[in-house]
Design a binder for this molecule. Structure first.
Ligand code: NAP
Length: 243
C-alpha cells in the first residue's frame, strides 16, 4: 500500500479541478489527475505539481460518464496504491439552451457527465474507503443547483442532484468514518465561463468580482482535509451571490 495519502480529482486537467489537484498535492497527497481528452493540459498539471511539491501525481484518462471505463480506472488505482483517501467529483460540462428547445442529447450528456459520473466514480471508491474506515468526498455542485438558472435546466438538475447525493451519502457513510460534502461555486474564471458577459454578472455579486479556481480549491481542500467534523454540507463559494 502507498505510504502517501492518495486523492482522485476528476476533470483535473484544467480550471477548478486543476487548482484542486494542486491544493491537495500541496497538502501532501499523491493526486490522480483525471481528464477526458486534453492530454497536454493534464500533463502540464502533473508537471506543475511536481515543480512545487515532492508528491507523485499521475495523469489518467477516463471518461467519467462511461461506467465501464470508470470501473477499470478505479480498479487500476486501487491495485497500484491500495488506498484512496480523497475523491473530488469535479468533472463537468454545460450544454446550455432554453428548455423548450433542449434536445435529449443535451439533457442526457449533461446528466451523465455531471451527475451519473458521481455515482460511477464514488461507488467503487466508497467500497475501499469503507474498508479503510476513512475517506472524504467533495462533490462539485453549483449555485445553479441551489437556485436554478434559466437556460440550464439540464445543468441545474444535475447539480441539484449532486446536492441530494451528497447529503444522502453523508448520512449513510458517516458511521464508517467517511465524510461527504459539496461546494457550490458561483461564477469562476475558467474555460467554462469565458464567453459570459461578466460585467452584467458582477452587478449581482456582493463581492463585485468573479471567483478564481484557487478560491474554490482552497474550500475543497478545507472540506476534504481540515474539516474533520463537517459532513453533508454544501458550501457556497460565490462572492455572496446566493445569500
Ligand atoms: P472546465 O475549465 O471546462 O474544465 C472541465 C474539466 O472537466 C476538464 O479537466 C475536462 O477534461 C474535464 N471533463 C469534462 N468532461 C469529462 C469527462 N466526461 N470525463 C472526464 N473529465 C471530463 O470547467 P470548470 O469551470 O473548471 O468546472 C469544473 C467543475 O466546476 C464542473 O463540474 C462545473 O460544473 C463546476 N462549476 C464551475 C463553475 C464556473 O463558474 N466555472 C461554477 C460552478 C460549478 P479535458 O481537459 O480533458 O476536456
Amino acid at each position: 500500500m502507498s505510504e502517501s495519502k492518495v486523492a482522485v480529482v476528476t476533470g483535473a486537467s484544467r480550471g477548478i479541478g486543476k487548482a484542486c489537484a494542486i491544493e491537495l498535492a500541496k497538502a501532501g497527497y499523491d493526486v490522480i489527475v483525471n481528464y477526458a481528452g486534453n492530454e497536454e493540459a493534464a500533463n502540464k498539471t502533473v508537471a506543475e505539481i511536481k515543480e512545487i511539491t515532492k508528491t507523485n501525481p499521475v495523469a489518467m484518462k477516463f471518461d467519467v460518464s462511461n461506467k465501464e471505463a470508470v470501473e477499470e480506472a478505479i480498479k487500476e488505482i486501487i491495485e497500484k496504491y491500495g488506498r484512496i483517501d480523497v475523491l473530488v467529483n469535479n468533472a463537468g460540462i454545460t450544454r446550455d439552451g432554453l428548455f423548450i428547445r433542449m434536445g435529449e442529447d443535451a439533457w442526457s450528456s449533461v446528466i451523465n457527465t455531471n451527475l451519473s459520473s458521481a455515482y460511477y466514480v464514488s461507488n467503487p471508491v466508497v467500497k475501499i474507503m469503507m474498508k479503510q474506515r476513512s475517506g472524504a468526498i467533495v462533490n462539485m455542485a453549483s449555485v445553479a443547483g441551489v437556485y436554478g438558472n434559466a437556460g440550464q435546466a439540464n445543468y441545474s438538475s444535475a447539480k441539484a442532484g449532486l446536492i441530494g447525493f451528497t447529503k444522502s451519502l453523508a448520512k449513510e457513510l458517516g458511521s464508517r468514518g467517511i465524510r461527504v460534502n459539496a461546494v457550490a461555486p458561483g461564477f469562476i474564471q475558467t474555460d467554462m465561463t469565458k464567453d459570459l458577459n461578466t460585467e452584467k454578472i458582477i452587478e449581482h455579486i456582493p463581492l463585485k468580482k468573479l471567483g478564481t479556481p484557487e478560491d474554490v480549491a482552497k474550500t475543497v481542500k478545507f472540506l476534504a482535509v481540515d474539516a474533520q467534523y463537517i459532513t453533508g454540507q454544501v458550501l457556497g463559494v460565490d462572492g455572496g451571490l446566493v445569500i
